[in-house]
Design a protein around this ligand. Structure first.
Ligand code: NAD
Length: 315
């Protein structure tokens, strides 16, 4: 097996970790085209790729918000052949919606949702013609469950999930595979930037209670949630490679089993009230329960750190 793989958003985080992991594959099964919006940021990737640079890994420019850059990138690949597409580029946005502009929200939708659509409009027809290809999308647990003050980000990932669920039926007809990778919190640039933007946010458009809720509940617990539940980019990359290499890759794969009980609540109650109720209680009524849950999660994490397997992931 030799797979030409194309990734978006490889200057940092999950994209960088995954591109490097696949480029360094001992069996040399992949040729990686790692792309990024701004080539001036390629140094960390070059450094991490080391001797594989120019061999199993090539760096190319691609902005998921620019159709021409996608076309130019795909045209520069021999025979435009992409066996595995990893759609990873994305951005976050937190805070009360009354403090966010419509333009800020559109940028999130344009990157996280239309970025994927643009990639597929260029790459899917070739895959259909060849009747082979695997489309791997870095979605999020927020693609299936909303979280306080992540309204627009969750909406962008829900859009991704709905789009893919529809497309997966057609993909099956063309013998293509489609997989949504759904990480929980991951400690990357994303988390740092989202937190910093939240701290700097002008909250004057929000009422006092909402501003207080954002600052003293959400932001106060933000770092602790990432410390307790957060995976590393390398953990997510490890899960993703297993999905790419699986004979029958699943349509959805959550990378963080510590988070699974929360997403399972959604399927346990067809009315949809259960997860909202539990989140409400955790956030507003049970500061102590919230801290106890985080401690319990830390314990589980410590106990399961050593075992890792696709069927029973450790995280
Ligand atoms: P990151 O910020 O390190 O990586 C995101 C990458 O996307 C960056 O390299 C950025 O430059 C790139 N990007 C943004 N806009 C782009 C554009 N228009 N064109 C091309 N590239 C662009 O963060 P990450 O955590 O590695 O995020 C990767 C993916 O994982 C995202 O889709 C994110 O939504 C998803 N995710 C992250 C977390 C988390 O907690 N960090 C959790 C679940 C899902």
């Amino acid at each position: 097996m030799y797979l030409d793989t194309n990734f978006s958003g490889c200057s940092s985080g999950i994209g960088l970790a995954l591109a490097v992991k696949m480029a360094k594959d001992e069996q040399k099964r992949f040729k990686v085209y790692a792309t990024m919006r701004n080539l001036a940021k390629k140094e960390p990737l070059e450094e991490a790729a080391g001797r594989r640079l120019g061999k199993t890994l090539e760096i190319k420019q691609l902005d998921v918000c620019d159709e021409q850059s996608i076309k130019a990138c795909v045209n520069s690949i021999p025979d435009r052949r992409i066996d595995v597409l990893v759609s990873n580029a994305g951005m976050g946005l937190i805070g009360p919606i009354e403090c966010q502009t419509i333009d800020e929200m559109k940028t999130v939708m344009d990157t996280n949702f239309f970025g994927l659509v643009r990639l597929l409009k260029e790459i899917l027809p070739d895959m259909k013609r060849r009747r082979s290809g695997h489309i791997v999308i870095i979605s999020s647990v927020m693609g299936i469950q909303g979280i306080l003050f992540n309204d627009v980000y969750a909406a962008s990932k829900f859009a991704v999930e709905g789009f893919c669920e529809s497309l997966a039926i057609q993909a099956l007809k063309f013998k293509l595979q489609l997989s949504l990778i759904e990480p929980g919190p991951v400690v990357t640039e994303f988390e740092r930037k989202v937190f910093e933007d939240g701290m700097k946010m002008d909250l004057s458009a929000a009422d006092e209670e909402t501003a207080e809720m954002f600052t003293n509940i959400y932001l106060k617990n933000y770092k602790q949630i990432f410390q307790s539940l957060g995976q590393s980019a390398e953990d997510v990359a490890e899960h993703t490679v297993k999905i790419i290499l699986a004979e029958n890759p699943p349509f959805r794969h959550q990378t963080n089993t510590l988070y699974t009980p929360m997403t399972t609540l959604k399927y346990a109650d067809p009315n949809g009230d259960l997860p909202i109720d539990i989140f409400y209680k955790m956030v507003f009524h049970h500061d102590k329960i919230f801290s106890a849950s985080l401690n319990f999660i830390k314990l589980l994490r410590w106990r399961s750190r050593k075992s890792f397997d696709l069927g029973k992931p450790s995280q």
